[in-house]
Write a protein that binds this ligand. Structure first.
Ligand SMILES: Cc1cc2nc3c(=O)[nH]c(=O)nc-3n(C[C@H](O)[C@H](O)[C@H](O)COP(=O)(O)O)c2cc1C
Length: 157
């Protein structure tokens, strides 16, 4: 099983979870390729970040791997921003190759938890529009310990 672990992280929480996932997969003897995405112009003001996310914007991304045909599964992670995924995720789902025949697992990291399920639904819709079959979704609070995250994630893999 070859997985692409596609994620955006602004302040590191989603990155930590993505790393955990990659470690868990590698320990199972599976291949996992990290694809960390970034917008060319990173918004740094909280208000602008919320605005862009809420409006479902699709910023231009730094050059990244968009062709996912060599992977069996896509694992995709985002922070929750204003009840939505971070805008870079919208761009990636818009631009990546078809996911027909592939499975997907989604995760979000969050603070208060407001809008976490809505953000997952937006991502699920984007993946299904690309043809992926969403197998599992989960959300992880930003302060959860590595052990808690590992326990939660390992149930899905
Ligand atoms: C612009 C912005 C908007 C956010 N909106 C929400 C939100 O609507 N609901 C929530 O539970 N957390 C919200 N958060 C908290 C983040 O989802 C949380 O800190 C997340 O783990 C950050 O991930 P990162 O460190 O990978 O960037 C927001 C954070 C930022 C910066």
């Amino acid at each position: 099983m070859k997985s692409a672990v596609v994620y955006y992280s602004y302040s590191g929480n989603t990155h930590r979870v993505a790393q955990l996932i990659i470690d868990l997969l590698k320990n199972k003897g599976e291949e996992a390729t990290p694809i960390r995405i970034r917008p060319l112009k990173e918004e740094t003001s909280f208000i602008m970040q919320c605005r862009e996310a809420f409006l479902g914007k699709k910023p231009e991304l730094y050059r990244t791997l968009l062709d996912l045909k060599d992977f069996d599964r896509v694992i995709i992670g985002s922070p929750v921003w204003a009840f939505k995924p971070a805008p870079a995720i919208n761009s990636y789902l818009n631009e990546c190759s078809s996911l027909e025949g592939k499975t997907a697992i989604l995760f979000v990291t969050y603070g208060s938890g407001a809008g976490k399920d809505k953000a997952l639904q937006v991502m699920k819709k984007g993946l299904e529009a690309k043809g992926a079959r969403v197998q599992a979704m989960t959300s992880l609070q930003q302060a959860e310990s590595a052990k808690e995250c590992r326990d939660q994630i390992s149930k899905l893999l």
